[in-house]
Design a protein around this ligand. Structure first.
Ligand code: KG4
Ligand code: ZN
Length: 417
């Protein structure tokens, strides 16, 4: 059954059309990502209908490019893996339908991957890649042909998955005694409303900066005073009406119930957006923020460079941006380290688009060092959505012959547990 160990991964859950070829979950031969940023930028957020249309346009050339870059053909593959959820229904369906057709036509098994598991495997892929190099160091023969992932015994970790759609804490553990290298996941905490990346995007939008907002806030924050505005996150207290069931109103709630989670590990990022808006209005920053927004709307052209953005933002706005980022990073850290302490976790993985944030990386690293914990991030390219992480997450499934049924369909609120 196992031949080349090559898996084609396909990812279309949100606004990136991505395909990648990964060998044995440990070596990336190609990773192609077609971003839809230009399409959605003028609306300040992802428009689901446009995302589906763009995926339809991009999926065939992106998959062909991934095969060509890896110098392989469909006949060389052992399997095709595709994100089946969570994400935008229409966007997911494009990837799933194409992957199904490709698998059927080429007589290949199809593997369904949870997008959140993919983000966790972005870090594990890097670790396996390094372990494979170390294992083969000095060996004369093919470096990866002999790579045996079952020889690699990674340790369990607390994983913070923090992106535009998710803010989740999972305890990720290698399944004990499983020769296939399967992982199990236990939900420890999550947002009850907006994701952290969503807060970055919304604050950037209200300040008239570009989309996605995270990279803009990240780039401008070093120019402001992070202590200028004392944003605070109240400790989350479960409300009586939420007890025993998920609040169906919120997106995050649909992906996993909060009822049994420790409230110390719950996040909430919808309030800080309102706090930023209030501050903008009270401090008289509204007029200049509005001017930036209307300039963007008139030209469909947000600032293109850090210098352009800096020239548009007076010091109080930069202070606000720095304070906002400082507060969000502080809250992510506080709950992540509290969860690590409570679980006795010795290792933390931080992944998802917001893991690209420089302040988050620097502060988490320094705190982890002080606490004697190991910390791992994906590279910047692997932090945001990509398909290499999907192909990597599928490898243990291929070993276990855990294939998707022919009736596989999109599950926009698929939980990981
Ligand atoms: O993982 P991802 O590509 O897609 C989702 O699964 O959501 O994450 C995208 C999110 C966006 O909200 C974006 O603003 C945020 O990640 N992001 C950042 C940075 N780069 C991307 N947030 C903060 N700092 C960054 N450098
Ligand atoms: Zn993602």
């Amino acid at each position: 059954m196992l031949g080349s160990g090559l898996i084609l991964g396909i990812e279309t859950s949100c606004d990136e059309t991505a395909a990648a070829i990964v060998e044995r979950g440990a070596r990336t031969l190609s990773s192609v990502v077609a971003s839809q940023i230009a399409t959605h930028a003028r609306y300040g957020g992802v428009v689901p209908e446009l995302a589906s249309r763009e995926h339809l346009r991009a999926i065939v050339p992106v998959v062909r490019a991934a095969l060509a870059e890896a110098s392989v053909t469909l006949a060389d593959l052992d399997a095709i893996a595709v994100t089946s959820g969570p994400g935008l229904a229409g966007a997911l369906l494009v990837g799933i339908t194409y992957a199904k057709a490709l698998a059927f036509a080429n007589n290949l098994p199809l593997i369904a991957v949870n997008h959140l598991e993919g983000h966790i495997h972005a870090v594990l892929l890097q670790e396996r890649e390094s372990a494979a190099h170390a294992q083969n160091e000095g060996a004369p023969g093919p470096v990866f042909g002999t790579w045996d992932s079952t020889q690699f015994s990674p340790s369990s970790a607390l994983a913070l998955v923090v992106s535009g759609g998710h803010t989740h804490l999972f305890l990720a553990q290698p399944a004990s005694g499983d020769p296939n290298g399967t992982w199990t996941y236990t939900l420890i905490g999550r947002t009850v409303d907006d994701a952290a990346g969503e807060a970055f995007d919304k604050v950037a939008k209200l300040l008239g900066l570009g989309y996605p907002g995270g990279p803009w806030i990240d780039a401008l924050a070093p120019y402001g005073n992070p202590h200028a505005v004392p944003f605070a996150f109240a400790q989350f207290k479960p409300k009586a009406h939420l007890a025993g069931k998920a609040p169906a109103r919120t997106k995050a709630a649909k992906t996993a119930p909060i009822a049994r989670l420790d409230p110390h590990f719950l996040f909430s990022f919808s309030g800080i957006k309102t706090a930023v808006l209030r501050y903008v209005e009270l401090q008289g920053l509204r007029a200049e923020a509005k001017a930036r927004v209307s300039r963007v709307l008139a030209n469909f052209r947000p600032p293109q460079t850090r210098e352009e953005a800096l020239a548009l933002c007076p010091q109080p706005t930069l202070d606000l941006i720095a304070s906002f980022q400082h507060a969000v990073v502080g809250d992510l850290m506080k709950k992540t380290f509290a969860a690590a302490e409570s679980l006795g976790a010795k290792r933390i993985l931080v992944t998802g688009g917001v893991a690209a944030n420089h302040e988050l990386r620097a502060r988490i690293k320094s705190e982890a060092e002080q606490r004697g914990l190991r910390i791992a991030f994906p590279t910047l390219a692997l932090s945001t959505d990509n398909a290499a992480m999907i192909a990597a997450a599928a490898w243990p499934r291929l070993l276990a012959q855990d294939f998707a049924p022919p009736e596989l369909t999109a599950d926009p609120s698929l939980a990981l547990s």
